[in-house]
Design a protein around this ligand. Structure first.
Ligand code: C2E
Ligand code: CA
Ligand code: CA
Ligand code: CA
Length: 278
């Protein structure tokens, strides 16, 4: 028994060491990737359901790897949030999205709005509004072309300051969306006070609709909540025609998901863009 115990212990410390090493090398790798400009934005179309018109694109960050498919954000955002580099990445994402949006406009291509994700850490840390203002100015992208997606938890952690923070962002002229709606703590009272123009229903509620009566009820409630407050509603993670139909029948105006398109590199997203209306 003693021997078994000891070998278990050794196994345990070895695996801890391995995890710590993996973390450390990921940390180093991400620092280097930021210096060497190895991140990339992919874009997923956001559509108006009634006519499937493109109303925007969501920028989703990827890390390029030689000879491998790019690494998704789940692999590195948590590490960056922990080591503080998320601020630098967020700044890069903002500048790159603004640059891309401006480039499309200069080509006469209409993408509607370009949406970027803000980490709760960026919300908490402050300075985000100055960084945004500077990125907008540097790029020449009109502020109303930019939308910021913020999760409910990001806002609630800020509690009292959230309203002022959102107010400063709105004063810049950018649009605000609540991301992953339904997974956090938003109360009606909060929603009413926040100057947001869009709710994005989290994909976990959309997955089993139609079919699961609980989720159907929740989705309908979230659509009604948004509309009662004059906020437009977008459903995430739409993968089937049946989901599209259900959402349309229940008054949801917009959606995104694999049914329409996966996130695409900028060059491939171009086929979604139309000439700017005169
Ligand atoms: P999110 O903001 O909720 O983004 C939507 C995620 O759902 C994306 O994953 C997208 O590829 C995926 N998705 C879209 N449609 C479907 C669908 O029909 N089915 C399924 N199963 N999935 C779908 P991705 O790109 O891996 O991003 C994951 C999360 O990483 C994002 O969730 C967001 O929270 C975070 N993230 C991505 N880019 C950034 C960024 O630039 N900054 C920050 N702070 N976070 C980011
Ligand atoms: Ca998002
Ligand atoms: Ca989301
Ligand atoms: Ca999500």
């Amino acid at each position: 028994a003693k021997r078994a115990g000891r070998s278990t212990f050794r196994y345990y410390t070895e695996s801890l060491t391995t995890a710590a090493q993996a973390r450390l090398s990921m940390d180093t790798r991400l620092r280097r990737a930021l210096e060497r400009d190895e991140f990339e934005l992919w874009y997923q179309p956001l559509l108006q359901l009634s006519d499937r018109r493109l109303i925007g694109v969501e920028a989703l960050v990827r890390l390029r790897q030689p000879d491998l498919p790019p690494l998704g954000p789940a692999e590195f955002i948590p590490v960056l949030e922990e080591n503080g580099l998320i601020i630098a990445l967020g700044d890069w994402v903002t500048r790159e999205a603004c640059r891309q949006g401006r480039a499309w406009l200069d080509e006469g291509l209409d993408f509607g709005r370009i949406a970027i994700n803000l980490s709760p850490v960026e919300v908490r840390r402050g300075g985000t509004d100055e960084r945004l203002r500077s990125a907008l100015l540097a790029s020449g992208l009109p502020a109303e072309r930019l939308e910021l997606e913020i999760t409910e938890s990001g806002l609630m952690e800020q509690s009292g300051q959230a309203e002022q923070f959102l107010g400063r962002l709105r004063a810049l002229g950018v649009q605000l969306a609540i991301d992953d709606f339904g997974t956090g703590y938003s109360s009606l009272a909060y929603l009413k006070r926040f100057p947001v123009s869009k709710l994005k229903i989290d994909r976990s509620f959309v997955r089993d609709v139609p079919g699961d009566p609980n989720d159907e009820q929740l989705v309908r409630t979230m659509i009604a909540m948004g509309h009662n407050l004059g906020i437009s509603v977008l459903a995430e993670g739409v993968e089937t025609e049946a989901q599209v139909r259900y959402l349309l029948d229940n008054g949801c105006e917009a959606a995104q998901g694999y049914f329409f398109s996966r996130p695409l590199p900028a060059a491939e997203l171009r086929s979604w863009l139309r000439p700017m209306p005169p």
